[in-house]
Write a protein that binds this ligand. Sequence first.
Ligand SMILES: [Zn+2]
Length: 280
Amino acid sequence: MLGVWRSHADYQRFMVERINREFRRNPRAVDEFETAVLKMYYLDLDKIKNDSAELFSAVGRPSNQQPEVFRSLLLMSHFKYAGFDEWAAYASATPILCDLIGVTADSFPGASTHRDFLQRLWKAGKPNRLKKVGRKPKGKHGKSKLPPKHPGVVSYMVEKALSGEVFKVIPERLLQAIFMKTAVLPSANAGLLGDTSRMAVSGDGTCVESHASSYGHKSCSCDGPCSCPRRFADPEAKWGWDSYHERWFPSGLPVGQTGASRHFRGAKAQGIHGVSTLRS
Ligand SMILES: [Zn+2]
């Protein structure tokens, strides 16, 4: 169950006091950590307290560091770490990162806590890791991209969207709600997004190579080659054609959204200044 939730105002007081101490000790850290400091200072996680409560059961051991783990995950992405173990080792040994997360080195949440929290945010069942090997396709497509498997699917989806239909199963539903409440709405309210009624939003997808074995690992006790299901570390990866390198590769398909407005106004024009305003 969701336990103690430290308020954003309380966190801000703690963080400003601690980073000032750190900046006096090491003034060069101001430059290195400025954007991370500002990101954490303005990120008001109180706005998602109710959303976070639905991630936990009503009973059981209380989970007392959820805003802290959330900040840690964002900083992990900010500093481009991909592994939970490497990040936990680095961040717990870096005082200014502990300050920004809102913990001390002794109370730093472990790598498994990070992993568990991220899994709770993705609202989908775990895929079955046992499946038959999908053979690498044979044909070559040279420099051209693969033709769409379902031509016309985009206009079909547009039609559905215009008639008011919504997707019922969206694994990233909670992540989108959190992004909207903590980043998009506060930015719009601060005037950073300009005239939101005239904002253009575009979506794009990109294939990312999966480095898990595309042949999986044997899970049966047969001697020699067989066609039994095998265990896959990345069971959702599919074969895609890389038209640049002209080869097949196993991939997943993350989709990104970008918002843009011609009336975008810089943060400084809106009275949001650098880290100097937090210094004492
Ligand atoms: Zn077998």
